[in-house]
Design a protein around this ligand. Structure first.
Ligand SMILES: *Cc1c(COP(=O)(O)O)cnc(C)c1O
Length: 400
């Protein structure tokens, strides 16, 4: 395959040549822990034990590296397993990490509750403000951790700007690219050192697998990460690797539909009287719109919005009623699957950060817009909003 092949060609072919033994077009699921050696040390394909390497995982790791434009891809049992391996590879006791002040809750918990016990310090910082990032750098800082867009408020960070700060201070820039996916955003090309994924989300794309990935820009970091992947052992299994590989092939077409559907849902929500704010980087009123337009191919499938309280119901009441009243959207955590999901961050995904600086508004609803027919999605939200408002009108009439 030519080096310069486009994204979809790489996603479908990189690491996925037809099987040399049978010609199987789909990469086989090598459900094996070990490999016969032809005499001691006589490895047939370089494989000796599946924690160290497995052909199905190798295919995925090669495809992930090609998708992100990196030197080395590594697949893990979950996104957090990938994060754990990365941080233990590059940090030691006494080191300091800059974390987004709206970091994914699991990332915050890993750093604040696990790494802190091993003497790694952190500072939450607003990544949208490069001066604040520069000011937070200490002599012991090792890593800038970036997420863009963020969860659930869809904040945008300038990856190239952060890469300049990282380079000037000899820090490592890690970008969690889960929300955008490599189809919409290529952090390594913008100067990041390593990309992190929860492949559970858009890369898997079908809500049927939990997985994670790292892609290193250069081979030297890739080699150190691979050493720790084997030494720590939180690898992706063969079937999970196969599911993510299968998802990756259609990532581009799925993302195009996620983005188009999200844009139409945003138009509907922005025009609705009960909605007080819509958070979506595609809106030109979004503070990160210009940066997002420059560094992303399109604006993604995640939206959050807030609800106006009425005389009879708070915005939180309405948010909960909308979550309860939808019929096509599924109430649930996670994101990035073909089916649309809805959730109430304050009581669900972000309940663990209640009463902390990372707390989110109680009247906020988050949508992961799927790839169903968008008219059906809008009609579903419309009826759920109408039903929620109606309920309040009745209860105020009955109490009057
Ligand atoms: C889900 C998620 C993770 C964690 O991944 P798991 O696969 O659940 O371990 C990390 N970052 C972001 C942005 C996520 O959405």
């Amino acid at each position: 395959m030519p080096e310069i092949a486009g994204f979809n060609t790489r996603a479908i072919h990189a690491g996925q040549e037809p099987d040399s033994l049978t010609g199987a077009v789909a990469v086989p699921i090598y459900q094996t822990s070990t490999y016969k050696q032809d005499g001691v040390g006589g490895l047939r394909g370089g494989y000796e034990y599946s924690r160290s390497a497995n052909p199905t995982r190798t295919a995925l790791e090669t495809a992930l590296a090609a998708a992100e434009g990196g030197a080395r891809g590594l697949a893990f049992a979950s996104g957090l397993a990938a994060e754990d391996t990365l941080l233990r590879t590059v940090c030691q006791p006494g080191d300091h990490i800059l974390l987004p002040d709206d970091a994914y809750g699991g990332t915050f918990r890993l750093v604040a509750s696990v790494f802190a016990r091993w003497g790694v310090e952190y500072t939450p910082v607003s990544l949208g403000d490069l001066d604040a990032v520069r000011a937070a750098v200490r002599p012991t800082t090792r890593v800038i951790w970036c997420e863009t867009p963020t969860n659930p408020l869809l904040g945008i960070a300038d990856i190239a700007g952060l890469a300049d700060v990282a380079r000037a201070n000899e820090l490592l820039l890690a970008v969690d690219n889960t929300f955008a996916s490599p189809y919409l955003q290529q952090p390594l090309a913008l100067g990041a050192d390593v990309v992190v994924h929860s492949t559970t989300k858009y890369l898997g794309g079908h809500s049927d697998v939990v997985g994670g990935a790292l892609v290193a820009a250069d081979a030297e970091l890739g080699e150190r990460l691979a050493f720790h992947q084997n030494a720590m052992g939180s690898v992706a299994g063969p079937f999970d690797s196969w599911l993510v590989l299968r998802g990756l092939k259609t990532l581009g077409v799925r993302m195009d539909r996620h983005c188009a559907n999200a844009a139409a849902v945003v138009d509907f929500l922005a025009a609705h009287d009960a909605v007080s704010a819509v958070h979506y980087p595609g809106l030109d009123t979004h503070p990160g719109h210009a940066v997002a337009a420059a560094q992303m191919r399109d604006f993604g499938g995640m939206i959050s919005f807030r609800l106006n309280g009425t005389s009879s119901q708070s915005g939180e009441d309405l948010a909960l009623a909308v979550c309860a009243g939808v019929e096509i959207f599924t109430l649930g955590e996670s994101l990035g699957g073909v089916e649309s999901l809805i959730e109430h961050p304050a009581r669900m995904t972000h309940a663990s950060v209640a009463n902390s600086p990372l707390a989110v508004p109680a009247d906020l609803v988050r949508l992961s817009v799927g790839i169903e027919d968008v008219d059906d999605l809008i009609a579903d939200l419309d009826q759920a909003l109408a039903q929620a408002l109606e309920r309040g009108a009745h209860s105020s009439a009955s109490t009057a």
